[in-house]
Design a protein around this ligand. Structure first.
Ligand code: HEC
Ligand code: HEC
Ligand code: HEC
Ligand code: HEC
Ligand code: HEC
Ligand code: HEC
Ligand code: HEC
Ligand code: HEC
Length: 425
């Protein structure tokens, strides 16, 4: 989309007049109530109003009122200065879904949907944050969960007696939030409020606030890949605007971003808000199986062979099919080596020690169990994801090289315990 062309054709004075009249037209197309929100908030929270004014929503007459005003009997509604209606600071996906139903449906069938829900039944995760990290502190013990996990995964947002979200559960930008109306997700984490822009969501940083760090370093991996090299070299010159389908490889960008491969419309492939749709393996899990379930709560959510076909379509919009064949042969070999050469032997030793009562009850004080955790959760993910994203530093130095050391250490501890029948001091 070449909006800049229009700018080039207009003189600065003409451009000023066009922008001036189009923004005053925008304002006039709002109803009187909606105009009240904008006018007062332009004084109280001006930065927010500026963001909104530059959005497609403002251009189309969608205002504060459309997203924040709730029914008089809504538990989320609170009284508001200057207006009769009840206002909710929370904007669940049901609100976006009134106008964007397909995106909500796709999100609801993706791995992002379960980001908080999958944690509810897992005692070991709650023990990690509250007992071990939170020190069971009666007052402050919730901090690790509130400042960590929920900011990426989301939580169940609770309301106080005035209908406002509690500070234990909000604000947060977790992707799998469960809202008081029962709906799930956070539609504003990739295209943030109040711009809600496609261009923002198409850039890798939209994913990077969550997909980073030692256990899923996707942004670091991307920067290590040739695609990241090109994006960082010249991405700032590309045009990221336009509706799905108007943003195309070749025309608008030379190398893919996270969104191009996982979500965007590319040639014949439809845009999707289901990030699991183009995947073959499960790579975050202890061992990587092929995806084969349509149950959104299943760890193997997705259809592996179909996912691979779709992902290949993305690659082949720029590369030859031989290049793509060769790439996936290399990547799949790495995932298989991790499964067979690292995870299987580590699990066998873990089970052997368990049978003999040679594991400590507190896994976080047991060198064997801590190392086992690093093997699958950190090093193992880096090796697998490095390989599937063309990132040699992560596949090798942060991946297989460290996996090799983990396995030797596990073997050392295992052999000592089995020989002595004791857990070392
Ligand atoms: C007369 C001024 C005024 C008008 C009119 C007004 N607001 Fe507000 N609004 C405020 C003030 C003041 C706050 C509190 C800001 C703060 O706490 O920093 C606020 C807060 C909010 C919040 C956050 C609430 C929270 O609990 O944190 C939302 C959402 C909001 N307004 C939406 C709206 C909408 C939608 C409308 C129109 C239907 C509207 N406002 C009209 C003055 C106004
Ligand atoms: C397209 C929907 C949409 C529109 C239009 C919209 N908002 Fe919001 N707003 C949101 C979402 C989403 C959030 C995040 C709420 C959450 O965490 O659930 C939010 C949060 C807020 C907050 C609290 C967050 C903070 O940073 O303090 C305020 C205040 C607010 N909006 C005011 C406004 C005002 C004023 C307008 C009009 C100029 C407006 N909103 C227009 C969707 C919208
Ligand atoms: C009352 C209807 C309505 C609601 C509610 C609504 N939107 Fe929109 N949205 C629109 C319209 C209309 C457009 C412009 C469509 C177009 O350009 O064809 C739009 C465009 C968008 C775009 C594309 C922006 C771009 O750069 O082209 C995004 C992203 C978006 N909305 C996200 C959201 C999110 C997230 C929510 C909830 C927080 C939401 N919308 C709530 C009507 C709505
Ligand atoms: C607000 C945090 C957040 C943002 C932003 C985010 N993700 Fe995620 N993502 C997560 C979490 C948490 C999970 C793990 C969900 C689970 O399985 O519990 C996840 C899982 C995934 C998965 C695996 C799904 C599966 O079925 O195993 C993919 C692929 C993915 N994200 C891609 C993306 C892409 C691409 C972007 C940016 C366009 C993005 N994510 C933005 C938090 C986020
Ligand atoms: C920086 C953001 C971030 C933080 C903080 C975070 N996670 Fe995650 N988590 C992710 C992402 C992203 C994934 C998905 C990785 C993938 O798909 O490869 C994930 C995956 C997971 C998974 C595996 C997915 C599944 O469906 O089982 C679990 C369980 C999990 N996280 C729990 C937690 C817990 C518990 C905490 C806090 C102790 C936490 N996470 C902290 C971002 C985060
Ligand atoms: C993981 C990141 C991510 C999340 C979460 C997300 N979006 Fe998007 N969204 C995108 C990307 C990327 C695009 C642009 C797709 C493209 O390039 O084809 C987009 C585009 C859109 C559009 C524009 C469609 C158009 O015709 O212009 C709408 C509407 C939209 N999203 C709504 C939503 C809603 C509603 C939710 C919550 C259910 C949501 N998004 C959650 C990344 C996200
Ligand atoms: C060149 C295309 C491409 C780009 C760019 C890309 N990915 Fe991927 N991604 C893939 C492929 C291919 C896989 C492995 C698919 C499979 O299972 O065969 C994958 C897998 C993943 C997974 C693993 C899900 C699981 O099973 O645990 C996550 C998470 C992910 N990508 C996130 C991202 C993020 C975040 C970015 C940007 C920082 C990104 N990807 C950039 C192609 C890409
Ligand atoms: C928008 C176009 C585009 C898309 C889509 C794309 N790539 Fe690339 N890719 C490139 C460019 C350009 C290079 C740099 C070529 C060079 O180094 O000269 C590259 C480089 C690579 C490299 C580095 C090795 C080499 O050829 O030099 C690999 C591996 C790769 N791509 C794999 C993939 C895979 C796998 C996919 C799909 C999951 C994919 N690419 C999607 C444009 C793309």
């Amino acid at each position: 989309m070449k909006r800049s062309i229009m700018r080039q054709l207009l003189s600065p004075a003409a451009l000023f007049l066009v922008l001036f009249f189009s923004s005053s037209l925008q304002a006039e197309s709002l109803g009187a109530e909606a105009q009240k929100c904008v006018d007062c908030h332009a004084k109280k929270t001006p930065a927010m109003v500026t963001d909104w004014q530059s959005s497609k929503h403002a251009e189309n007459g969608i205002s504060c009122l459309d997203c924040h005003v709730v029914d008089a009997d809504s538990p989320m509604g609170t009284k508001h200065p200057g207006i009769d209606a009840k206002v909710s600071v929370l904007v669940p996906p049901t609100v976006c879904g009134q106008c964007h139903a397909p995106q909500v449906e796709e999100f609801n069938t993706s791995g992002h949907f379960r980001a908080y829900r999958q944690q509810i039944p897992k005692d070991s995760l709650h023990a990690l944050t509250s007992i071990h990290e939170g020190r069971e502190h009666p007052e402050f013990g919730g901090a690790p969960n509130e400042t960590g996990c929920i900011q990426c995964h989301g939580t169940e947002i609770k309301l106080d007696e005035d209908g406002r979200p509690t500070p234990e559960t909000w604000p947060n930008s977790g992707i799998g939030n469960v809202y008081p109306d029962g709906s799930t997700g956070s539609c504003g984490v990739c295209h943030t409020r109040h711009k809600f822009s496609n261009a923002e969501a198409r850039k890798p940083y939209a994913c990077a606030s969550c997909h980073l760090g030692p256990d899923h370093p996707n942004i670091e991996i991307y920067e290590n890949s040739k695609h990241g090299h090109i994006y960082r070299t010249e991405g700032f010159t590309w045009d990221f605007e336009g509706k799905p389908g108007e943003w195309q490889p070749g025309e608008d960008y030379r190398a893919p971003t996270c969104a191009s491969c996982h979500m965007s419309q590319v040639d014949g492939l439809e845009m999707t808000h289901n990030v699991s749709e183009r995947l073959y393996w499960v790579q975050w899990s202890k061992s990587s199986p092929v995806r084969n379930s349509d149950d959104v709560m299943s760890p193997v959510l997705g259809n592996g062979p179909e996912g691979r076909k779709k992902m290949r379509q993305v690659c082949e919009s720029c590369h030859s099919s031989d290049h793509t064949d060769g790439f996936f042969t290399q990547a799949d070999k790495a995932v298989n080596l991790y499964n067979e050469g690292y995870y299987k032997p580590a699990l066998k030793m873990l089970n052997g020690l368990k049978e003999k009562g040679l594991l400590r009850d507190n896994p976080w004080t047991d060198p064997f169990q801590v190392k086992y955790y690093y093997l699958w959760h950190h090093e193992g993910r880096r090796a697998r994801m490095g390989a599937t994203h063309g990132a040699p530093d992560y596949a090798h130095w942060h991946g297989f090289f460290e996996l090799m050391q983990d396995l030797y250490e596990l073997e050392g501890i295992y052999e000592k315990r089995m020989a002595s029948g004791k857990i070392e001091d």
